[in-house]
Design a protein around this ligand. Structure first.
Ligand SMILES: [Zn+2]
Ligand SMILES: [Zn+2]
Length: 390
């Protein structure tokens, strides 16, 4: 990065304000598609900074736009707004005031960094182009990113490139990881109902035991990754729920199995999606049962466009952030839907704390405020790098 692209400084005043916003958002967490107070706050701030504000995409989504000069170049910066159904035990002074709901994934921090970056970008001289700050609902499980895309996000707000970050407590505070290609895995879920015929537990020969078939199926499902997937590819098949029966001495009619699968390559995902119903049907049949299978495609893999990832690494290094290498994660992220529509990059911002360092989705987690200024600087430097007048 040249000197003229050096990031606008995050003043002590802005940082204090951003920290106050973060704590306020943390105190008032809202679940998927219920982010009304959060969206209201974001829209009010963006309006104050002088951005054009659009509301309602994907329900509670908010988009704030800065247009300068001829406006031909355009980028999007996305932050997620939702919290999780977890009872907070962090003990921090700004802990959640909502029972059973908390910002355990740091989306309060993501929203804050994008807001503060928008405030700084609105004041930047020398820009020529458009930047859209996109605040999405329902990242956790509910596909708010997909809903915004389906509601016409990129038709209303065309972006040549789209960027998002996630704080990452497993990485050193202030470090940046932006991989070429896969960053987060795809996710599908499945539900299998194995049906037999209930009977007395003492007379199993008078019925058909679905629990025995389900138990064998759970074991057999583990053959998919070990026997059907190329050992040099990555995949996970996890059975996470199994439910049947009500008492000691009755063989039930049916047994329900639920779980999820993860992978990066579509061919691997297709193979898993084909093997699970096949195993379920044939094993059930071998034991005189039947199987109803519901297999659901959920999130695609989060795949970075290499040139966008390279730009993020260059910009991060240019503002003095350590740029690290890492394995992609087998967790999933609904920014994947936006990356399917528009090329771009999803990056991790290292957020480790000294001493106890609770992970994402822990009831003791709290976003690390020490990395706020890094995230803000990174977004501003990226906007400058993409949209500065030559
Ligand atoms: Zn999360
Ligand atoms: Zn998250």
């Amino acid at each position: 990065m040249s000197a003229q692209h050096s990031a606008a400084a995050v003043s002590g005043e802005l940082l204090a304000q951003a920290t106050a916003w973060r704590h306020d958002l943390h105190r008032h967490p809202e679940l998927a598609y219920g982010e009304h107070r959060t969206a209201e706050f974001i829209a009010r701030q963006l309006t104050q900074f002088g951005l054009q504000v659009h509301r309602g995409l994907g329900g509670t989504g908010v988009v704030g736009t800065i247009r300068r000069g001829t406006g031909r170049r355009s980028i999007g910066i996305r932050a997620d707004m939702d919290a999780l159904p977890i009872q907070e035990t962090s003990g921090v002074e700004h802990a959640s005031s909502a029972s059973g709901v908390m910002h355990a994934c740091g989306h309060d921090g993501h929203t804050t960094m994008a807001l503060a970056a928008a405030a700084l970008c609105a004041q930047l001289p020398g820009l020529d182009g458009t930047v859209h700050f996109i605040f999405q609902p329902a990242e956790e499980n509910e596909g708010g990113g997909r809903r915004m895309v389906e509601d016409g996000l990129f038709k209303l707000f065309p972006c040549e490139r789209i960027y998002a970050l996630h704080n990452w407590p497993a990485l050193p505070a202030g470090a940046c990881v932006a991989l070429d290609g896969a960053m987060m895995a795809a996710l599908d879920t499945f539900e299998i109902i194995v049906r037999g015929r209930g009977c007395h537990g003492a007379m199993p020969h008078e019925g058909v035991d679905p629990i025995l078939a389900a138990a064998q199926l759970v074991s057999a499902l583990q053959s998919i990754v070990s026997r059907n997937v190329d050992p040099l590819q990555s995949a996970v098949v996890s059975v996470t729920q199994i439910q049947a029966g009500d008492t000691w001495n009755v063989i039930p009619d049916s047994c329900q199995i639920r779980g999820s699968t993860r992978w990066y390559e579509a061919a691997v995902g297709n193979r898993i999606a084909e093997r699970i119903p096949h195993l379920a049907r044939s094993l059930a049949e071998a034991l005189d049962c039947s199987a109803d299978i519901h297999y659901e495609k959920r999130f695609p893999a989060t795949i970075n466009e290499p040139s966008a990832a390279r730009l993020v690494r260059d910009v991060a290094a240019g503002i003095g952030m350590p740029v690290m290498d890492a394995h992609p994660s087998m967790a999933s992220e609904d920014f994947a839907y936006m990356l399917q529509a528009v090329p771009g990059c999803y990056l991790w911002l290292g957020a480790a704390r000294e001493g106890e360092n609770p992970g994402l989705h822990s009831p003791r987690y709290d976003f690390n405020d020490a990395v706020l200024s890094r995230g803000i600087q990174l977004w501003v430097a990226l906007v400058q790098s993409c949209l500065s007048r030559p």
